[in-house]
Design a protein around this ligand. Sequence first.
Ligand SMILES: [Cu+2]
Length: 180
Amino acid sequence: MSARFLAALGAATLGAALAGASSAHESHDHGTMPNMGVPSAEACSGLHVQDAYARVSSPMAQSGAAFMILHNHGETADRLVAARSDVAARVELHTHVEEDGVMRMIEVVEGIPLPADGGHVMARGGDHVMFLGLARRLADGDSVSVTLVYESGCKVSVEIPVDLKRGAPGGHSHAHGHRH
Ligand SMILES: [Cu+2]
């Protein structure tokens, strides 16, 4: 058997394994949906949002971001898996990573875990809710309706005020070219 054939075989096996993994994942998702149901209001009552605000980097900005502190006062861990809003064409969960000394933002595909009786800070320079393709301009004093979707099936709606005056932590994070 040639080395080339072995390599091809290896790639084919890997491909098959990946295909298997992705279809297994899909069927898993579909399988859990029918019995997921909607959690009771009580079951979701421990999911709180504190100190939320949204901002844009300029009046003409096509995108914006929201920051907040997520609390999970419940006894089971949960995970923020999505955010929805009519204010933008797309709403994503983002974080910042440093690559070659440059801060970039990337989508947090796996969501943001919230331990039982724990929380998570979404703040400037870190995790945020990203609004891509704003449907309208955002100005100080406006508010944005956002629904936070949790892994448990809980949905928490929040009215987030637009606050353009709030300073960035550290005060200089806007000097690096990455703006919201
Ligand atoms: Cu972002």
